[in-house]
Design a protein around this ligand. Structure first.
Ligand SMILES: O=C(O)C(=O)C[C@]1(C(=O)O)C=C[C@@H](O)C=C1
Length: 356
């Protein structure tokens, strides 16, 4: 029998194994549902050992020995456990925040979400391995970059897995029946700025206090119990805290969008040919160093899409590092050429599918 024929036989067996693995996974899903309903532990090492023992005994005298069976099955169990308990994801909360909405849009309703109070705490939950993925805002098309997010990408060893684009629509939610009853409006400072025209036209700014707080969903929570108040918040937050929506889509522009990042401790995406790469660039302090670094991209016709400058804060000097986005993947030859020339000044943050 020649190599081609042998490979054909392997292919046929792989097809059958894949079919059986899928059947196994369908049953594991049911076990997961049962365990979640009865609140029982997912990881059952004794059951795993019993399976390996049984299969090893069944296989006595054949080519696959116990350690080979064990190696194969431990991978299968790991996949099963993950199907039974979907990955944990942290996001900048509270519940009902736009970041929550962005996280759900990517990971679906099945995942295990943890709401955290700050961008730093989301990064730290990923960095310490308490969660597999984190979701944080990075940029709004009207307000610009979220400095805290890029500063943490500089500070910690975290990778960007993907970006999520979300249209931001604000609502005016209140238990008051008329606008005249509203004496205080709560929201996040950025949301007040995004709804300036609505506030000027609908409210008497001399009679009403605009109170900035940490998040738009906290605004909805306060307003759910405080008389004569209103919140500028997301649709999902108003619903979550049972505050009726008086006006929808109160933001000034039609194109208010926020870009969120999905981050993970260690992650590499495959090259799709439609990717974008993010870098931290900390160049030596000498004339022309930034210009010549950027020239490398120009020479290779690589499209730079963003450059942000941030203070290093290392000493009393006014030094900066840069956050850079460009079209392409880390594995692209021309990208490698640049990175290899500047290894000690560049930190790769991730290459991920570019959304428009
Ligand atoms: O039997 C179980 O309790 C399962 O959850 C299924 C299963 C498996 O894949 O066979 C998965 C995880 C457990 O650690 C043990 C076994």
């Amino acid at each position: 029998m020649d190599l081609q024929e042998l490979r054909q036989q392997i292919d046929e067996i792989d097809n059958q194994m894949l079919e059986l693995l899928n059947k196994r996974v369908e049953i594991v899903k049911k076990v997961g549902e049962l365990k979640r309903a009865t609140n029982t532990i997912i990881y059952r090492p004794e059951r795993e050992k019993a399976i390996i023992d049984r299969l090893s005994a069944l296989n006595q005298g054949r080519t696959l020995n116990r350690s080979a069976i064990e190696a194969i099955y431990l991978e299968i169990f790991a996949v099963s456990r993950n199907i039974e308990l979907p990955e944990r994801i942290s996001y900048l909360g509270p519940e009902g925040s736009f970041t929550h909405q962005a996280a759900e849009s990517r990971f679906g309703a099945m995942s295990d979400y943890i709401s955290l109070p700050s961008i730093r705490s989301v990064f730290e939950s990923v960095d310490t391995g308490r969660v597999r993925f984190g979701v944080v805002p990075i940029e709004n098309n009207r307000e610009g970059i979220v400095n805290e997010t890029i500063d943490l990408l500089y500070e910690l060893d975290i990778k960007i897995v993907a970006e999520v684009l979300l249209p931001i629509h604000h609502t005016f939610a209140t238990k008051c029946h008329t606008l005249q009853e509203v004496k205080r409006v709560y929201s996040k400072d950025i949301a007040f700025r995004q709804c300036q025209r609505f506030l000027n036209e609908y409210l008497d700014v001399n009679q009403v206090d605009l109170i900035p707080i940490e998040s738009t969903s906290k605004a909805a929570r306060i307003v759910s119990t405080e008389p004569n108040s209103a919140a500028i918040c997301s649709h999902i937050a108003a619903k979550l805290f049972g505050v009726p929506i008086l006006f929808e889509n109160i933001e000034d522009g039609q194109y208010n969008r926020t870009r969120f990042l999905i981050i993970s401790k260690d992650f590499t995406n495959q090259n799709t040919g439609k990717d974008k790469t993010s870098l931290v660039v900390d160049l030596p302090e000498k004339p022309g160093s930034l210009a010549s670094f950027l020239q490398e991209f120009n020479e290779r016709q690589i499209n730079l899409t963003k450059i942000e400058s941030r203070p290093t804060r290392a000493d009393e000097k006014f030094r900066s590092w840069f956050y850079i986005d460009f079209d392409g993947h880390i594995e692209d030859e021309k990208v490698q050429e640049i990175l290899q020339k500047h290894t000690s000044h560049v930190k790769w943050l991730g290459s991920y599918l570019k959304l428009s």
